[in-house]
Design a protein around this ligand. Structure first.
Ligand code: ADP
Ligand code: MG
Length: 754
């Protein structure tokens, strides 16, 4: 029996899914697999685990496992369910790649999909679990897709062995044919239960024109109008990345200051004069995505990295319903009489900041959440009446042939746009302002495509091989990756020594080679044990020479965690603030130079900077203060710390005599060790080799300071933030190439030919 607080019980009863409890539980009882579709906010994630718990699915020792594609959701949903059930987080717990609070008593476990995939490697039958809920299946994240394929096989195996297990697939959209009508996945289609949400009508307003560049400015103006002219109710704004979110938050806070416990003294005069100085110039500026958008491994999160400031001009919206003021631009004038409680929301935000969106706004202030697409389906923010949708999303794209990746802001699908609009009608009738025209909307694709069709799959192929799935082409993927993608994954794994070389029987064409299904090698098995992508796993597997292991663990941890260096946004306006920012930036540049070391170390390039940064930070006790003072992102540093611990444990368990430990006072590597470290790094990144274009080869000036790589016809460059930017060694290996204004190599390390 669950002992819920009265107010919780009352809130639950308002959720549409509560009316379907019987139907859902009966379907689960009768079927091995059930698909549950329901509008976002209908209560799937928070309620279904509770139904199962109350029906006894966790009472005979089994755990109810719930997978989420996003870490944010795994953490916040576990906390919410624990709170609703009045149980401790030791019973309703979460596990994400770097952290968790699972105990012996855990009965309901929220985890990222990648975590469950790793668990399948340890126990293929998932015997700990009585139920697996695959949540947010509509997001079509790679790991979710793979899990559905695997669990569709595991459930029947379990049932045949008298260890029954249930599978629930939950989705926010009705488009589930890829799962239900996929004969390879389910021979008999699983039943689909639809939860009708009590959704209030949402009036959708299209823009007449579609701003191609300055949609953040457009969003800002729209929010200002809503806030000035429309009745109370929260505003939710969808933008594409962290920098955009911050820039709009900053402008809104300036325009409608909310000052808790402080006298409202706003220097209105200076603000006004600034406004009038704002010339109506239309400086068209293409959005630039900076290289700092880079992420090493999009493991279990959406790619919504930072984006360098998009220049804000003042493109005026043309929305008649909200009135048009083409000649006045009063928005930037500070108006403390109508405070706006502005909160950012994106996945890299610290959890305590994220949690704020669920709390009611302070009395007298309107809530305005400026979010990336995390707010689209994973989190339902209460009290939203107005949605402002820029119609775009930032995604990472990979070139299939060259592996070059780039972040691109693209249009969302119609399904996403409708999800976003739906956020406005949860508590009462609402409005959605689309910052694009209905014609543009008509050109959107109907649904977003599955992630697996967009990214390399070497990590998945290795994990599948480790699960003894030899013929990866035959795996029941909900949407299979292309043959080309599978072939290049196998080729990389063969070159890393993780898979056996296929026998050279005559001449095989590429498709035949792929079907050959190369078996995994012992090295491949060791590599598969590490929760990092195969290249890094290879480095770990080689790390035992000359006491290099602790360094390699640190370098790999730092390379896999996103955004270790703080990026300093463009100055917000006030001189004081911009000089403070400039000071921080200068300090950060100075520290990076220091961490790059001297002599041999310099040749390790950016990897030495990472090693130096983590080493120095640990030495100083890993405090938030140290991070902030030296340009490091505290959250990233904590993740690196956890990953170091986890990789250290894995190394010790893979080879019992390794005897490595996490040394918080790690001395810098010796020159001899640096030489080994470079060789180890080369072994993992060997195919990412680039050679500097020689002066005599310089026919075209665009190749100046450029590098040649085997796969690209275009020159690539060392990024200006790199430690080797000025050195320009003849040979380098790089972590990856990201295309922005140029093709830039990230994570560069010098190589010397033998
Ligand atoms: P679904 O999974 O169907 O999208 P959820 O179960 O996530 O729906 O949400 C159901 C309700 O629970 C929503 O109204 C949401 O606002 C509320 N809710 C979720 N998390 C929290 C929280 N941490 N605090 C307050 N309310 C929450
Ligand atoms: Mg949900």
């Amino acid at each position: 029996p669950v002992d819920r607080l009265p107010e919780i019980q009352e809130a639950r009863l308002r959720l549409p899914i509560l009316a379907e409890e019987q139907v859902v539980m009966e379907a689960v009882r009768e079927n091995e697999c059930v698909v549950l579709c329901g509008e976002t906010g209908s209560g799937k994630t928070t309620q279904v685990p509770q139904f199962l718990y109350e029906a006894g699915y966790a009472s005979s020792g089994g755990i109810i496992g719930v997978t989420e594609p996003r870490r944010v959701a795994a953490i916040s949903m576990s906390q919410r369910v624990a709170q609703e059930m009045n149980l401790s987080t030791g019973v309703v717990s979460y596990q994400i790649r770097f952290e968790g609070n699972v105990t012996e008593d855990t009965k309901i476990k929220f985890m990222t999909d990648g975590v469950l995939l790793k668990e399948i490697q340890k126990d293929f039958l998932l015997q700990k679990y009585s139920v697996i809920i695959i949540d947010e299946a509509h997001e079509r994240s790679v790991y979710t897709d793979i899990l559905i394929g695997l669990v569709s096989r595991i459930a029947p195996l379990r049932n045949r062995r008298g260890l029954p297990m249930k599978l629930l697939i939950m989705s926010a959209t009705l488009r589930v044919e890829d799962f239900t009508e996929n004969q390879r996945l389910f021979r008999t289609p699983p039943p689909v239960i639809k939860v009708e949400a009590r959704q209030f009508p949402v009036t959708v307003h299209f823009n007449k024109r579609t701003p191609m560049e300055d949609y953040t400015g457009e969003a800002f103006h729209k929010i200002c109008k809503i806030h000035r002219m429309l009745p109370s109710g929260g505003i939710l704004v969808f933008l594409t990345g962290q920098a955009e979110v911050h820039s709009v938050c900053r402008r809104l806070r300036k325009a409608f200051p909310y000052r808790p416990n402080r006298e409202r003294t706003v220097s209105a005069n200076t603000e006004v004069s600034k406004t009038s100085r704002r010339a109506k110039k239309k400086n068209v500026c293409l959005p630039k995505i900076s290289l700092d958008n880079y992420s090493a491994l999009p493991v279990d999160e959406g790619d919504e990295d930072r984006q360098a400031g998009i220049d804000e001009d003042d493109g005026e919206g043309s929305d008649l319903e909200l009135g048009d003021h083409p000649d006045s631009d009063p928005e930037e004038k500070s108006d403390p009489s109508i405070p706006l409680y502005v909160l950012p929301l994106y996945s890299l935000l610290a959890p305590e900041q994220q949690a704020k969106v669920f709390r009611p706004p302070p009395a007298g202030a309107r809530l305005c959440v400026v979010a990336t697409n995390v707010a689209e389906t994973s989190l339902t923010i209460p009290g939203i009446k107005y949605v402002v949708d820029c119609g775009r999303v930032k995604k990472r794209f990979y070139d299939r042939v060259t592996g070059v990746s780039s972040f691109k802001v693209t249009w969302i699908s119609q399904a996403s746009a409708n999800q976003r609009a739906g956020r406005a009608g949860r508590t009462e009738a609402g409005h959605c302002y689309r910052l694009y025209s209905s014609a543009v909307f008509g050109d959107f694709s109907l649904f977003s495509e599955a992630e697996i069709t967009r990214r390399p799959v070497d990590d998945l192929v290795l994990q599948m091989k480790d699960l003894n799935i030899e013929k990866v082409v035959n795996f029941p993927f909900p949407t299979p990756p292309s043959g080309e993608t599978l072939i290049s994954a196998e080729q990389l794994l063969i070159s890393l020594g993780a898979l056996e070389e296929p026998p050279r029987r005559g001449r095989l064409n590429e498709m035949e080679r792929a079907r050959l299904s190369c078996p995994i090698t012992p090295l491949g098995r060791a590599m598969a044990a590490f929760p990092v992508s195969p290249r890094y796993a290879k480095m770990l597997a080689l790390g035992r020479q000359q006491g290099c292991m602790p360094y390699i663990i640190t370098i790999v941890s730092a390379m896999t965690v996103r955004e270790i260096f703080e990026e300093y946004d463009r100055p917000a306006g006030s001189e004081e603030e911009s000089s403070r920012m400039a000071g921080k930036k200068a300090r950060s540049v100075q520290m990076r130079r220091l961490w790059a070391g001297q002599g041999q170390s310099l040749l390790l390039g950016d990897l030495m900077v990472l090693l130096g940064a983590v080493g120095a930070c640990e030495f100083a006790g890993c405090s938030q203060q140290f991070c902030e003072g030296n340009g490091l992102r505290y959250k990233a540093i904590l993740e690196i710390r956890r990953l170091r611990g986890q990789l250290t444990n894995t190394v010790n368990s893979v080879c019992a005599d390794a005897g490595v430990f996490v040394d918080h006072k790690m001395a810098p590597p010796t020159d001899a060790q640096v030489v080994y470290l470079r060789q180890i790094v080369l072994a993992g990144l060997g195919d990412h080799l680039a050679r500097r274009v020689q002066n005599e080869e310089l026919l075209d000036p665009k190749w100046r300071n450029g590098y040649k790589t085997p796969l690209l016809d275009e020159p690539v460059f060392i990024h200006p933030s790199s430690a080797l930017h000025k050195t320009l060694p003849e040979f380098v290996v790089y972590q990856e190439i990201v295309e922005t204004t140029k093709m830039y190599m990230r994570g560069v390390c010098a190589v010397q030919p033998e």
